[in-house]
Design a protein around this ligand. Structure first.
Ligand code: 5GP
Ligand code: MG
Length: 171
């Protein structure tokens, strides 16, 4: 495992993002909609850095299936999807790769009646985007490698690592 971003670097950056979000959403009806499962750790850490009233909601999207690393069809499970009518939605995901997941979800939130929709990601991969989407909040830009840890998995393992790393043989 090669550590790409340390636990300390993540903590500092997430705190800074929290302060930025707090400043931007003063007096607004904020709902943070986290994309399961990869953004779980980020969600828990980030919301504790935002000193504002806010709602949390979850939805599930998956395109990476099991051990494969090529994206399959995007599956969105809105079983727990929130009522976002009139809310200012901040979509939260672990990583912006091709952009298909977040751009699809931004459109869904508008369809569901959100007042505004912005996006926040921990990571953004260079040179991979197929859909134009500029994240409103981004933790780190990383090279095009398959990363794990801090919520991100490989075959459903490694999510619990406190840092972000590249598995041996995957750089
Ligand atoms: P996109 O739709 O932007 O191509 O893909 C976003 C989703 O793909 C992320 O939510 C994440 O689940 C998955 N993904 C993309 N790149 C990586 C990666 O390097 N590592 C892991 N573990 N998941 C990734
Ligand atoms: Mg994901």
């Amino acid at each position: 495992m090669k550590v790409l971003i340390t636990e300390d670097q993540i903590r500092e950056r997430v705190a800074a993002l929290g302060r930025q979000i707090e400043a931007d959403y003063q007096g607004k009806p904020l709902t943070i909609v986290a994309v399961l499962t990869g953004s779980l750790i980020l969600l828990a850490d980030l919301i504790r850095q935002i000193g504002l009233p806010l709602r949390v909601a979850l939805l599930q999207a998956s395109s990476y299936k099991g051990a494969t690393m090529t994206a399959g069809a995007l599956i969105i499970n809105e079983a727990f999807a929130p009522d976002v009518i009139g809310r200012d939605v901040l979509l939260l995901d672990d990583i912006l790769d091709t952009g298909h997941t977040l751009s699809t979800l931004v459109a869904r939130m508008h369809e569901r009646g959100a007042n505004s929709v912005k996006t926040a990601v921990l990571l953004r991969k260079l040179g991979r985007q197929e859909v134009h989407l500029e994240p409103d909040y981004c933790g780190f830009t990383i090279p095009d490698a398959f990363v794990v840890g801090y919520g991100l998995d490989f075959n459903d393992d490694y999510r619990h690592l406190p840092h972000v790393g590249i598995l041996d043989g995957m750089a």
